[in-house]
Design a binder for this molecule. Structure first.
Ligand code: URA
Length: 427
């Protein structure tokens, strides 16, 4: 491989040149091996955030990230494989009911998931609220579970796209997460390396998402769908609203409880709608003719959930953790809820202990917020709006400060348009 000076690669991107394939391969290999200094990679990331990348640069950057580790071979699991990835949101527990539902439809779902950071929750943190459940599986254990149960939710092993592991941590502390090329390469390198045949992306749009506008979200969706196609992974994307939290529960154990309601045939309508929409897209990409709504109603998805949890050491019957302290926020006036801001609720839940400030911090399984009303709901003076949960009551005050402007109540006769949950589909 040709050798470059990192400073020349940084200067090229600073001056809006297109990086060559060799420069990209050298940069990813050198950074993964620890040969490129953190401050040099930080400068390059900021130059990429500010000046962007061409489609061919993104494709090469992604290929180099895949090549930094192993690519799993799932051809032996005996069913079509299809996965879902969300770009991250507030109250987004959809993976929990979705993976067992799609497994019950007959596909295999290899859900390699992450932990929460900042205001967005992480699937692994949610699943770890279940007593005994283990997130760390070897590739062999993962493939065995996929073959026997059809669904697995686990952490990506260290040898899958290791370049992303380092780069994501660096982006998080250098204000460079919100770069479309970097988000696309980060997500697609992990998903392509995991070996799935097909992938449905849930690209979130709104205050609680990394992409604040539908135009940005559509660009991210198109970029990822094209990267999938270039690597032989059939991909499509749903653009979905993240201006307000999904469902009622925001926080680890309470999101598990809400997912169980969905698997039992109930649950908040928006969570059910998105679970079914993503499941339909997944079974269709997997080439199957099955109605996920009928499978959900039959109880087969709940059976898959129980098998999936038990296969990873979890006790599906053990009670979920409960918080030591609760605090209820009530309406200071009557009227109609005109907005409920996802970012504010996500941040408040994080402050209550549901998320971590640093990667090594523990999370409180029982911490979080129940959003008891939704935009468009009528409320009366004194009605409960939020229920805050934590084990450490000194966290109520900062969380309440975040929630202060999170919910707006308009006069009772105001017409509040409910935003559609599914904004667009990119195939
Ligand atoms: N999720 C990822 O895995 N990577 C990103 O960059 C953003 C969301």
């Amino acid at each position: 491989m040709p050798v470059f000076a990192a400073v020349d690669v940084i200067a090229a991107k600073r001056d809006r040149h297109v990086l060559t394939d060799e420069q990209i391969d050298w940069t990813i290999a050198g950074y993964t091996a620890g040969d490129i200094a953190e401050e040099q990679m930080s400068a390059l990331l900021m130059a990429i955030l500010l000046n962007g990348m061409t489609a061919s640069e993104i494709a090469r950057w992604t290929a180099a990230m895949i090549g930094s580790g192993i690519r799993l071979d799932l051809s032996g699991v005996g069913r079509p494989t299809v996965d879902k990835h969300s770009t991250g949101g507030v109250g987004d527990k959809i993976s929990l009911p979705l993976a067992p539902l799609v497994a019950a439809c007959g596909a295999a779902v290899p859900q390699l998931s992450g932990r929460g950071l900042g205001h967005t929750g992480g699937t692994l943190d949610k699943m770890e609220s279940i007593s005994g459940w283990n997130a760390l599986l070897s590739p062999e254990q993962m493939i065995r579970q996929l073959t026997q149960v059809g669904a697995v939710i686990c952490a990506a092993s260290a040898d899958l796209a290791p370049a992303d592991r380092k780069l994501y941590a660096l982006r998080d502390v250098t204000a460079t997460v919100e770069s479309i090329p970097m988000i696309a390469a980060s997500i697609m390198s992990k998903k392509i390396a995991e070996g799935t045949d097909a992938l449905v992306l849930d690209v979130k749009v709104g205050s609680g998402a990394f992409m604040k506008s539908p135009v940005q979200a559509a660009e991210l969706a198109r970029t990822m769908v094209e990267l999938g196609a270039a690597h032989g992974v059939r991909a499509s994307a749903l653009l979905t609203d993240m201006s307000t939290p999904l469902g009622v529960a925001v926080g680890n154990a309470m999101e598990v409880a809400e997912s169980l309601q969905v698997l039992a045939g109930g649950g908040p309508p928006d969570v059910v709608e998105l679970t079914l929409a993503l499941a339909r897209e997944m079974v269709s990409l997997a080439g199957m003719d099955v109605d996920p709504a009928a499978v959900l109603a039959s109880g087969a998805a709940m059976d898959s959930w129980r098998a999936m949890v038990a296969a990873q050491g979890g006790d599906p019957d053990s009670p979920l953790p409960v918080p030591r302290e609760r605090h209820v926020v009530t309406a200071s006036t009557s009227g109609v809820v005109s907005s409920l801001d996802a970012f504010a609720v996500g941040t408040a839940s994080w402050r209550l202990g549901a998320g971590r400030a640093r990667k090594e911090d523990p999370v409180q399984a029982a911490a979080g917020i129940l959003c008891l009303v939704k935009p468009g709901d009528e409320v009366i003076l004194g009605q409960p709006l939020f229920e805050l949960h934590t084990d450490t009551p000194e966290r109520f005050e900062p969380a309440l400060a975040d929630l202060a402007g999170a919910l707006e109540i308009a006069p009772a006769d105001t017409r509040v348009e409910r935003r559609p949950l599914i904004i667009d589909v990119v195939r």
